[in-house]
Design a protein. Structure first.
Length: 372
């Protein structure tokens, strides 16, 4: 006899894990299917075997939220350190703070402006573009030609692999420019990195839940559906509906990870590279995410060079072009008709979600189902 479950959850990322944890806690039986060899989705982290440095395999993840309910929930499964994120960018061999703040402007222009002078100074640099026709014009309208050429043009070109003149203005609606020296990347009340990385959170959430790793739901859809009272699907929505309205576009990233025989490579967790002729967009150095750990005892440091590229098999960021939006609306209409299935998370909702938003969304869905 095949075991029947109240819920079969496709995907052990944050959405699937929160959903499974909540239903298990409510006394329901849950099976989680995961096509990868590990749980945790893109939040997955592991200790590097030589150095013990905790590495976020799919890119640096910083937890941040203002939502008390989400913060209380995640703290049931981990303690956080007091890491505060800051980003630096290298341009023509000089290092600047990002997002653009008073320090960036003063270093770049070799000035000593005070906050009240910034707006007038930047206005004098912005030119006369009224109706920007593309991303380049939009960025120049917002920060002026010099800052655009230094910090936005090369980085955007590498990220999108297209000239900013060919990209729609709508990609950037605003560019935060701070008139102060505030260099904090997030302003949320609660921020940090889980003391032991992200994977133990998932192990605790999924404790007592049946899990099948290395299993792709699409290899036997009928079988898995027949075992589920209710199906929770967190994979790509277009794949679920056999791409009948065409493929949704995603931007992808890949990482080149290297162990270096030095104590500290760049002195910070994330360094952007704005120059066009440097092929990577960022270098991550994960040891800096854990200032509470003693760094001097480690025999080396791990760095991850990040490259943007096109790979529909590794969907990271939704492109959200007008055609994508139309296509997604068609898939959403199909999803609404598919009773007995919840579509949740970044891949099924075709949405750039931060972790706190995925948690809030899964908790809300569980509450709604429990009310039915
Ligand atoms: C580079 C990068 C950096 C990020 N940094 C941050 C950050 O600093 N802070 C922050 O808050 N958020 C960050 N995020 C966002 C964060 O990763 C997501 O919010 C979160 O991982 C989404 O969880 P999810 O469950 O929706 O999706 P996922 O983590 O993608 O989980 C979906 C799971 O479903 C599985 N799956 C898919 N299809 C199938 C199938 N057919 N059968 C079986 N299994 C399947 C996948 O293998 C995957 O494990 C970042 C994202 C990226 C890409």
């Amino acid at each position: 006899m095949k075991k029947q479950y109240d819920f079969v959850v496709v995907g052990s990322g944050l959405y699937g894990a929160v959903f499974a944890q909540q239903m298990k806690e409510a006394g329901q039986s849950v099976l989680v299917l995961e096509s990868r060899k590990h749980i945790g989705g893109n939040c997955y982290s592991e200790d590097h075997e030589d150095t013990g440095i905790n590495v976020h395999r799919y890119g640096t993840h910083i937890f941040h939220t203002n939502d008390q309910r989400t913060w209380d929930y995640i703290n049931r499964f981990t303690e956080f350190n007091h890491y505060r994120h800051g980003v630096l960018t290298t341009y023509q061999k000089r290092v600047y703070t990002m997002p653009i703040n008073l320090g960036t402007i003063n270093s770049f222009y070799n000035t000593s402006l005070v906050p009240s002078e910034v707006d007038a100074f930047l206005s004098s640099k912005k030119g006369t573009i009224q109706r920007p026709k593309n991303l380049e014009e939009q960025a120049i309208k917002l920060v002026g030609e010099d800052l655009y050429r230094a910090f936005i043009r090369g980085y955007t070109l590498k990220q999108w692999q297209r000239d900013p003149k060919e990209l729609p203005a709508s990609i950037i609606t605003r560019l935060p420019v701070r008139n102060s020296y505030d260099a904090s990347y997030f302003s949320d009340r609660y921020q940090g990195i889980p003391l032991h990385g992200y994977t133990p959170i998932f192990e605790r959430m999924l404790d007592g839940v049946d899990i099948e790793l290395g299993v792709d739901f699409f290899d036997d859809v009928e079988h898995w559906r027949s075992r589920a009272g209710h199906l929770v699907y967190t994979g790509p929505i277009d794949r679920y509906f056999k791409f009948q309205h065409g493929k949704l576009n995603w931007r992808s990233v890949r990482f080149e990870t290297e162990l270096l025989d030095e104590a500290d490579f760049q002195g910070t967790s994330v360094m952007n590279y704005a120059d066009e002729d440097i092929p990577y967009t960022r270098i991550h150095e994960p040891q800096h995410l854990h200032p509470e750990r003693r760094q001097s005892t480690q025999p080396g440091t791990v760095v991850m060079r990040e490259y943007s590229y096109n790979n529909e098999k590794a969907p990271y960021y939704p492109v959200n072009s007008p055609e994508d939006k139309e296509r997604f609306a068609l898939y959403q209409a199909l999803a609404r008709k598919d009773e007995g299935v919840t579509f949740g998370g970044r891949l099924a909702e075709y949405k750039y979600y931060d972790m706190h938003q995925v948690i809030a969304s899964a908790l809300a869905r569980v509450r709604a189902l429990n009310r039915q």
